[in-house]
Design a protein around this ligand. Structure first.
Ligand code: NDP
Length: 272
């Protein structure tokens, strides 16, 4: 029997998730399909219910529906509660909906894959939107010496730091108050989408520091282009995408797929 999964988003045409999960399913010989579903902006809950009524077993959820998915779940994982967002829906045996978020663990796994140390390190996170909220719990669980969240709208960074202060040393502020050096700088703003760069000091990176942009594409982002000549080692968000998918796949199928070959495949697909 073939189980059905999908990703809901709007827009969804450019999603790489069907390619990734198709590869995971092939590799692990799981009897499943995975498709991309365009849900109307005000019709996510109906689209999900129709999918489940048609035999759907689970789904990924992307922009702009992660909050809607959070709201409809019967049960939530601890990390989904902290993130206030859900990117993975699972239909339980009793028909109840379980929600999880795998974006943050995807980032941490990607950093581990590239042997980027976090324990005892000073980490700067740029941005205070949904993506950043989703990474803070798994990031703080790695015990960095401190996490600084800097955002254009300063109050949002301060509120995020306040919301996670029970999990470790975390501070929020504006870009102007950022003082390097940092060991790891993660760009979680959407500034890269419009080719913009947050205003950052020249002395941001410490010796051997890493610059990570959660965005990915065929070309390095403006942030990575800026960070390279300033001595940082560079990573984009492609590995995070693959690792968050692997964690969702594991939640659905209880099988952990291998990610290295899928990273290579995806990188190749970006260059066409
Ligand atoms: P949100 O819209 O929730 O937040 C956007 C953030 O970017 C806000 O903090 C906003 O600041 C800031 N921002 C936007 N434009 C600028 C600018 N010109 N200069 C400085 N700051 C700016 O978006 P998300 O949090 O959902 O997504 C952020 C990024 O993360 C996107 O690029 C997305 O593609 C990426 N992402 C990658 C994933 C992966 O798997 N690789 C997974 C999830 C997200 P303000 O609060 O002041 O408006």
């Amino acid at each position: 029997m073939t189980d059905r999964y999908c990703v809901f988003g709007n827009p969804i045409k450019h999603s790489k998730s069907p390619l990734i999960h198709g590869e995971f399913a092939r590799q692990t010989q799981q009897p499943m399909t995975y498709t991309a579903v365009l849900a109307p902006e005000d019709g996510f809950t109906d689209a999900w219910r129709a999918f489940v009524a048609g035999g759907g077993r689970g789904a990924n959820v992307t922009v702009p529906f992660k909050g809607d998915a959070f709201a409809l779940c019967d049960t939530l994982s601890y990390r989904a509660k902290r993130a206030q967002a859900v990117n993975t829906l699972i239909v339980g045996g009793n028909g109840r909906t379980y929600g999880d978020t795998t974006d943050g663990i995807g980032l941490v796994r990607d950093l581990a894959y590239h042997r980027v140390p976090l324990a005892g390190k000073r980490v700067l996170v740029l941005g205070a939107g949904g993506a950043v909220r989703g990474i803070l719990e798994p990031l703080l669980a790695e015990k960095p010496s401190e996490v600084v969240v800097a955002n254009r709208t300063v109050a949002k960074a301060e509120q995020l730091a306040e919301a996670f202060v029970d999990l470790g040393r975390i501070y929020g502020g504006g870009f102007a108050s950022v003082k390097g050096p940092f060991d790891v700088v993660i760009n979680g703003t959407s500034a890269s989408l419009s080719g913009e760069l947050p205003p950052l000091p020249e002395t941001l990176f410490g010796e051997g520091a890493w610059a990570y942009d959660m965005m990915y594409g065929a070309e390095p982002t403006v942030f990575l282009q800026w960070a390279g000549p300033r001595g940082a080692k560079l990573l984009d968000g492609l590995g995070m995408l693959v690792e968050q998918a692997a964690e969702s796949f594991f939640a659905w199928r209880n099988v952990r797929p291998e990610t290295a070959s899928v990273r290579t495949l995806l990188r190749q697909s970006l260059n066409y």
